[in-house]
Design a protein around this ligand. Sequence first.
Ligand code: SF4
Ligand code: SF4
Length: 103
Amino acid sequence: MTSAVEFTLPAVNVEEKLFQNRYRIDAGRPHIKVRNADTCTACELKPCTVCCPAGCWRVDTDGGIELVVDGCLECGTCRLVCDEANVDWNYPRGGFGILFKFG
Ligand code: SF4
Ligand code: SF4
């Protein structure tokens, strides 16, 4: 007879982990953009605002979207969850964007 092995998952603080990354901002040249702001305003569920691990997408006071790509992890989730294909997604230019090697 086998017995279940008990183990405890280590506690992970996401904020702490994200803080160990570094980010080089390409000022004035965001690598991700919304194609049509009105489409976002009309988007009922706005999945991008809950799926982005870096919290880059927020609902603004007018019911539209505020997107700040500083700190973007380049995971591509926002592009995949947008059923409207309203995310113009590119990698940052060379030398800009996320640096993971500090974590
Ligand atoms: S899921 Fe797409 S259309 Fe909806 S708010 Fe996000 S980017 Fe805009
Ligand atoms: S690529 Fe990932 S981290 Fe960057 S904005 Fe989209 S969901 Fe957020």
